[in-house]
Ligand binder design. Structure first.
Ligand code: C2E
Length: 708
C-alpha cells in the first residue's frame, strides 16, 4: 500500500533530494507531499492519511523544538522524523526524547537507507499501535469480568490484580504489587480450616496449569470469608521460559448456598421440612443393606390422617397446613433421631424405623403415635382432633425393597381404615387381595353414576305404638351389570376414600327427595324421607346450599327431609358440626344421629346439637335379651332421648322380643327386618297403602308382629 510522507521543509533542495530517493524506492512506492510552512503542514495533517512526517526545524513560520511540539500535539499518533544535519543534532536528540521516532541525516538523502528507515518507522509504529490495542483490550477485558485475576512473577510476588481481585481480596493493585501472593490471597481448607498453599506456588514449581478446584475459602483482608473456585496457569516469555503465573478465581458462596438449598429442597417436604419420598427411599435402601448385613429388620409405618379432607374443606387449607405441621412435629417426637419420619404428600406420612432384633418396637411406636396424636391441636382458635390409621410392613418378611415395603404398608393402612380408623395393622398377604378388589371397585364406581347403575331401596320406620309407617330410609344399592346388587358396605367407604361419594350422595339426595314428592303427590302418607350423609359430604362448604337447591328443585318441603349423620362424624369436630346442623335446622330439615351409642358422644355436645332423632345402633338392639348390659344401654338412650325431647328410633329390630322390650321402654319408633326389609320404590308404595302386616294400619287387617 502506498505510504504518504509529508515533507515539511523550506529547503527546496532537501525536498527534491528526498523526493528523488523516495520516488525510486525499490521496496514500494511512497506518495510525497511537500509543504514549506508549519501552518500549511498542520492544515494538511488535519485532513488525515499521513503515515510519516519529515520535518525540518527551521521554517519561515516556526523555529526549533517548537516546530516539533506543535506537530506532535496535532498528530500524536503519526511518526515524526527530524531532518537534521550536524548543527541540529542536539535539537533532534531533544525531539526524540519528546516522542520523535528518530532523525534522518541530510547526508543520507541520496541513499537507499532513507526509504528503508522510513519503512521501519512505519512498521514499528504499527506494531506499537497493535500492542497498545492489545494491552488496552486485555486491560478492559480483565477489568470487566467478574472473575478475579492475579498475576505474579517467578517468585510468586504479585505484579497484577484486576478490579474483581481488588474487590475480592480487599487489596488495591498498588498496595499488593510486589507482595507475596499468600499474603494477599490467604486461603484455607473449607473442611479443616488449615491454611492452604496457594496453587500459584505449585504452578511455578511444576510449570503446568492447574484445573478448576473448589472447596477453599478465601479470607479477605477484612476477615470476611468467601468460598472460591480457582484455576491457575504459568506465563511464558518469548523464549518459552516460565516468567510468572496467573490465578483466576471467583466467589461461589452464593452458588454453593443455592446448590445446598436446592439439594435440601429436592429431598425435603416444603411444608413440614420432613424428608420427602426421595430421601426416604434413599434411607430405606441404606437401611435394607445394613439390615441385610447385620441380620436385623426394619419397619415401615404408613400413616394417613383420618378425615383430614374434612378439616381442609371446612376450615381451609391454611388451617389444614398448620395441622400437618403440628402432626409432623409430634411424629418426630415419637421415634428415635436415627429413624426417619417423612411426608409423602397430602396427609400421608411414612416412617422408617430400625427394629434391631425386636419387631415389637414397631407396634410400640404405632401405639405411641396413636396416643400422642390423640391430644387436640390448637390451631387458629380451633381445637382440632385427628386420628391416624397406620399400616405396618416389616423387612424382610413383607418385602425386599423400598417400593414393596411402602406399598404393603399402604395396603395395611387401608385395612386399618376399614377396621374403624384410629388403629394400626400389620401387613398380611391376604390384604393384597383386598387391595386389588378395592381397586376394581373404585374403577367400576367411576362409571356407575354415568351408566345409571344406582338405585334406592326404602325401608320403613314404624311408630311402635301404632304400627304406622312414619317415614322411609333411602338406602343405596349398586346394580352392577356383572356382579348384581352390591350393598353399600362394600363400596361406600371406597367411594368416600376417592371422593366419589360427593356426586353419588348428591344423586341419592335428589332421587330420594323426588321420590318422596311423587309419593306425596300420589296421596301416600309419609312424614319423612331419610337420607344418609357421609362425613365428606357433611363437611363440604357447599353442603347446606346443595341441600337447599335440591329441596327447591324437587319441590319437597324441608320438613319432610331427614338427614342422618353418624355420631362419629358429628363428634369429629363438634364445634363446626353444631354450626352446620344449625344452618340445616334453620332451613327446616330434620336431623338424626345415626349409629348412636358407638361414638362415645360427649353429652354436653349432644345437648347443643339441634337433633330431632337419635337412632340406637343395631348392635345394641341385637344384644337385647342376650346381654343385660346392652339392654341397659338401650334403656338409657331411650330415657335420655325422652328427656332431651328427641325421638328415639331403634335400628335393626329383627325379633318380637326386641320389639316387646322397646315398646315396654316407650321407644317411639323402630326399623328392622321384623317390619320390612328395604324395598324398591314400587313395593314401598304398596307397603304404604297396605301398612305393616299386623298393625292397626294394614288395610287387609291381617295379623302381624304387633298382635303376636
Ligand atoms: N342386620 C340387620 N340389618 C338391618 C335391619 N334393618 C335394616 N338393616 C340394615 O341396616 C342398615 C341401616 O342403615 P344405616 O345404619 O344408615 O347404615 C347404612 C349407611 O350408613 C350406609 N348407606 C346406605 N345408603 C347410603 C347412602 O345413600 N349414602 C351414604 N353415605 N351411606 C349410605 O350403608 C349402611 C348400610 O346400608 P345397608 O346395607 O343398606 O343396611 C341398612 C339396612 O339394610 C335388620 O333388622 N337387621
Amino acid at each position: 500500500m502506498t505510504k504518504c510522507v509529508l515533507i515539511i521543509t523550506g529547503s527546496a533542495t532537501d525536498a527534491k533530494a528526498l523526493e528523488n530517493v523516495l520516488g525510486t524506492a525499490r521496496d514500494g512506492p511512497f506518495r510525497i507531499e511537500w509543504v514549506t510552512l508549519l501552518s500549511e503542514a498542520l492544515e494538511r495533517l488535519h485532513r488525515g492519511d499521513i503515515d510519516v512526517i519529515l520535518v525540518d526545524f527551521f521554517l519561515d513560520d516556526s523555529q526549533g523544538i517548537e516546530t516539533f511540539d506543535r506537530l506532535f500535539v496535532a498528530a500524536p499518533h503519526t511518526p515524526i522524523m527530524i531532518l537534521s544535519d550536524l548543527d541540529d543534532e542536539l535539537l533532534a536528540w531533544e525531539a526524540v526524547q519528546r516522542g520523535a521516532q528518530g532523525s534522518l541525516s541530510k547526508g543520507y538523502f541520496g541513499s537507499y537507507l532513507v526509504p528503508q528507515s522510513l519503512r521501519q518507522i512505519i512498521q514499528r509504529k504499527a506494531v506499537e499501535e497493535a500492542l497498545f490495542l492489545e494491552k488496552n483490550r486485555a486491560e478492559i477485558t480483565l477489568n470487566s469480568i467478574s472473575d478475579a485475576v492475579i498475576g505474579t512473577d517467578m517468585s510468586g510476588n504479585i505484579d497484577y490484580l484486576n478490579i474483581a481481585a481488588e474487590q475480592m481480596t480487599g487489596w488495591s493493585r498498588d498496595e499488593a504489587r510486589g507482595l507475596p501472593i499468600n499474603q494477599v490471597m490467604h486461603i484455607v481448607n473449607g473442611d479443616t480450616r488449615e491454611t492452604e498453599r496457594n496453587p500459584v506456588e505449585l504452578v511455578l514449581q511444576q510449570n503446568k496449569p492447574m484445573g478448576l478446584t473448589a472447596g477453599t475459602i478465601l479470607i479477605r483482608r477484612d476477615g470476611n470469608e468467601a468460598s472460591i473456585e480457582d484455576s491457575s496457569a504459568p506465563i511464558h516469555d518469548l523464549r518459552g521460559q516460565i516468567s510468572g503465573a496467573v490465578i483466576v478465581f471467583h466467589d461461589i458462596t452464593v452458588a454453593q448456598e443455592m446448590a445446598l438449598k436446592m439439594a435440601y429442597l429436592a429431598q425435603h417436604d416444603f411444608l413440614t421440612n420432613l424428608p420427602n419420598r426421595v430421601l426416604l427411599n434413599d434411607r430405606i435402601v441404606q437401611s435394607i443393606s445394613l439390615a441385610k448385613r447385620s441380620g436385623t429388620s426394619l419397619a415401615i409405618l404408613f400413616l394417613d390422617l383420618d378425615n383430614f379432607k374434612y378439616i381442609n374443606d371446612s376450615l381451609g387449607h391454611a388451617t389444614g397446613d398448620k395441622l400437618l405441621q403440628s402432626v409432623a412435629q409430634i411424629l418426630t417426637t415419637c421415634v428415635r433421631s436415627s429413624d426417619t419420619v417423612s411426608r409423602q404428600g397430602g396427609d400421608e406420612f411414612v416412617i422408617l424405623i430400625a427394629l434391631g432384633n425386636n419387631s415389637e418396637s414397631a407396634s410400640l411406636t404405632a401405639e405411641k403415635i396413636l396416643t400422642a396424636l390423640a391430644a387436640s391441636h390448637s390451631i387458629a382458635k380451633h381445637k382440632l382432633h385427628v386420628t391416624p390409621s397406620i399400616g405396618i410392613s416389616v423387612y424382610p418378611a413383607d418385602g425386599q425393597d423400598a417400593e414393596t415395603l411402602i406399598k404393603n404398608a399402604d395396603t395395611a393402612m387401608y385395612h386399618a381404615k376399614e377396621k374403624g380408623r384410629n388403629n394400626y395393622q400389620f401387613f398380611s398377604t391376604s390384604m393384597n387381595v383386598r387391595a386389588v378388589e378395592r381397586q376394581v371397585i373404585e374403577t367400576n364406581l367411576r362409571r356407575a353414576l354415568e351408566y345409571q347403575e344406582f338405585v334406592l331401596h326404602y325401608q320403613p320406620k314404624v311408630n311402635l305404638k301404632t304400627g304406622k309407617i312414619t317415614g322411609a330410609e333411602a338406602l343405596l344399592r349398586w346394580m352392577h351389570p356383572k356382579w348384581g346388587m352390591v350393598l353399600p358396605g362394600r363400596f361406600v367407604a371406597i367411594a368416600e376414600a376417592c371422593g366419589l361419594i360427593v356426586p353419588i350422595g348428591n344423586w341419592v339426595l335428589r332421587e330420594a327427595c323426588e321420590q318422596a314428592r311423587r309419593w306425596k303427590e300420589a296421596g301416600l302418607e309419609l312424614d319423612t324421607i331419610t337420607v344418609n350423609i357421609s362425613a365428606l359430604e357433611f363437611r363440604r362448604n357447599d353442603f347446606v346450599e346443595g341441600v337447599r337447591t335440591i329441596l327447591h328443585r324437587t319441590g319437597l318441603a324441608a320438613g319432610c327431609l331427614q338427614l342422618e349423620i353418624t355420631e362419629s362424624v358429628l363428634m369429629r369436630d363438634a364445634e363446626s358440626s353444631t354450626i352446620i346442623l344449625k344452618q340445616l335446622k334453620d332451613m327446616g330439615v330434620q336431623l338424626a344421629v345415626d349409629d348412636f351409642g358407638t361414638g362415645y358422644s360427649s353429652l354436653s355436645y349432644l345437648r347443643l346439637f339441634p337433633i330431632d332423632v337419635l337412632k340406637i345402633d343395631r348392635s345394641f338392639v341385637h344384644d337385647i335379651g342376650s346381654s343385660e348390659d346392652n339392654g341397659i344401654i338401650v334403656s338409657a338412650v331411650i330415657a335420655m332421648g325422652n328427656s332431651l325431647k328427641q325421638r328415639v328410633v331403634a335400628e335393626g329390630v329383627e325379633v318380637q322380643a326386641q320389639l316387646d322390650f322397646l315398646k315396654a321402654l316407650q321407644c317411639e319408633e323402630g326399623q328392622g327386618y321384623l317390619f320390612s326389609r328395604p324395598l324398591v320404590a314400587e313395593q314401598f308404595a304398596t307397603l304404604l297403602v297396605t301398612g305393616i302386616p299386623g298393625t292397626e294400619h294394614p288395610v287387609d287387617g291381617q295379623k302381624g308382629v304387633f298382635h303376636a
